[in-house]
Design a protein around this ligand. Sequence first.
Ligand code: ASC
Length: 150
Amino acid sequence: MKQTMGLIGTLLALAMSMPAHAQFAKPEDAVKYRKATFNVMAAHFGRLGAMASGRAPYDAKAAAENAEIVATLAKLPWAAFGEGTDKGETRAKPEIWKEAGKYKEASDKMQAEIAKLNTAAKAGNVDALKAAFGPAGASCKACHDNFRKD
Ligand code: ASC
């Protein structure tokens, strides 16, 4: 048992010290991965948007579930912007790597707004959802405007 815990600790330390791109066998895999996370995120974010705008009836349980999924997914794509992933089938702009500090700041801002949206969605009232949805959407858009080709 003690030995197993030691091994797990060693493996965890190793995994955490690995460069992000080492999580992917090939750069194309990283590009596919990040696109998939953004796509699934957009689907769930869109369901929240429909409720926030009144296009869909407000359902507190569905809002909480969708926001939780978005909050989890919002943590994932960033590790997939490693070396060599600026090429191929991607709309990612070179600025992501040239202005890495700015990109990090924008992605941190987005995650912070999504965390607030998640808290708001769990409050169980549509006004809290509406108030948090706008800034969250704006934080998505800020990145699209500056870092995504269209
Ligand atoms: C969405 C979606 C995005 C954001 C962004 C907000 O519903 O898929 O990427 O909102 O368009 O401006």
